[in-house]
Design a protein around this ligand. Structure first.
Ligand code: F6R
Length: 243
């Protein structure tokens, strides 16, 4: 697409179509959501569709990809706060249907919590759609280089480049948490549909690697080449290095 806004409206329309079609059959829609700069205009358009065109989130259940660890959900840098700000506070979603990994857990509680996160998704019939951004390390969710293709939800260490990119939000890199809880590559792959979005020239080199590079743990997004359920929705700037 020519630009981020045009592309974001297309993604929002696709999400709305799934919600509407499933609601017509009295079924819930289970969405996998991402944070960061990339999906902001998608959420803005979903809020507009709710306000102006009657799109209801009453039958929507959401699971976010990740959260920093440790992190209080009330902290402004938390992904929970991000989701409230950009989407949840502006639509009619039941907050009991919202799931964002909990950054407050004790370390020894995390493994069990992560397993339960996976089981909750499965018990609800799996994710209808997972949306993704891509980090400059090639991460999806916080699956940094070295992540296994069958990885599940777990505690991970953030790559140095990822912490640099988050430094602005935290008032310096030293304040960026060293870890995060993230859905795994395997969790993402179970979604019935996956949309990866990338905008702007800064994403062009990693997008080229993700799409045209050899499949490798060094660039976890390359695993997406193995799935038929994946679509990359990008703007011209992000696509500018593709051959
Ligand atoms: C966020 C997430 C990350 C981001 C990626 C790109 O929930 O899982 O993988 O999608 O770091 O971030 P932005 O969109 O800020 O460039």
């Amino acid at each position: 697409y020519a630009d981020r806004l045009t592309a974001s409206k297309i993604v929002a329309k696709r999400i709305a179509a799934i919600i509407t079609a499933k609601a017509a059959k009295s079924e819930n829609t289970v969405l996998g959501l991402a944070t960061g700069v990339t999906p902001i205009a998608v959420y803005q358009e979903l809020v507009r569709l709710h306000r102006e065109e009657g799109l209801s989130f009453k039958n929507v259940i959401t699971f976010n990809l990740d959260e920093y660890y440790p992190m209080q959900p009330t902290a402004i840098q938390s992904y929970k706060a991000f989701m409230l700000d950009h989407l949840f506070s502006h639509v009619d979603i039941d907050m009991a249907n919202v799931h964002v990994p909990d950054g407050r857990l004790d370390v020894e509680e995390i493994a069990e919590y992560c397993l339960a996160y996976e089981q909750k998704i499965s018990a609800l019939g799996g994710l209808d759609l997972q949306i993704l951004g891509i980090g400059r390390t090639g991460h999806i969710g916080f699956n940094e280089p070295g992540s296994a293709p069958n990885s599940g939800t777990r505690l991970v260490s953030l790559d140095d480049l990822t912490r640099n990119d988050a430094a602005h939000d935290f008032g310096g890199k030293s304040n960026v948490p060293a870890k995060a809880i993230t859905m795994g590559i395997g969790t993402i792959f179970k979604a019935r549909e996956i949309i990866l979005m990338a905008w702007g020239i800064k994403k062009a080199p990693i997008l080229k690697k993700a799409v045209e590079g050899e499949i490798s743990a060094d660039v976890p997004a390359t695993y997406l080449q193995l799935s038929d359920q994946v679509e990359f929705i990008v703007d011209q700037a992000a696509a500018s290095e593709l051959t």
